[in-house]
Design a protein around this ligand. Structure first.
Ligand SMILES: [Ca+2]
Ligand SMILES: [Ca+2]
Length: 128
């Protein structure tokens, strides 16, 4: 499990950009680490990488997921439900961006996902 931000902080991931790398990390042998990763971008209490500014695009804090893989059954954990988020091309880097829309005037960036191209929340996500 790869947890974004420190859940013990009052606002995990706030004003941080974290790179979350699963088993494609160069520190691990790809031969023995083909496993399922859970990239944690929120828990039942709060959304991580949320700057809590309803009118901000939220690009000061986000998780960069480098190696998302459907074949490895990787999943991204989000708080709430699919309707609380949307996808867009990223404003910053290659990949797909996940924005928080619930409670936002302007959608707030929380993650950029690289690796396999995610197209919807039906597959590869768990909501808590
Ligand atoms: Ca993986
Ligand atoms: Ca953010």
């Amino acid at each position: 499990m790869l947890t974004g931000g420190n859940p013990d902080c009052p606002f995990p991931g706030m004003e941080e950009v974290d790179e979350l790398i699963g088993d494609q990390s160069p520190n691990f042998s790809p031969l023995i680490n083909q496993g399922a990763d859970r990239f944690v971008l929120g828990n039942s209490n709060q959304v991580f990488y949320n700057d809590r500014q309803a009118n901000s695009d939220g690009i000061a804090d986000y998780a960069l997921i480098r190696d998302f893989s459907f074949a490895q059954n990787d999943v991204i954990q989000l708080k709430g439900r699919a309707a609380d988020y949307w996808f867009d091309p990223t404003p910053i880097a290659l990949g797909r961006a996940i924005f928080l829309t619930a409670g936002q005037i302007q959608p707030g960036l929380i993650a950029i996902v690289q690796g396999d191209n995610i197209t919807g929340f039906e597959r590869g996500f768990v909501f808590v």
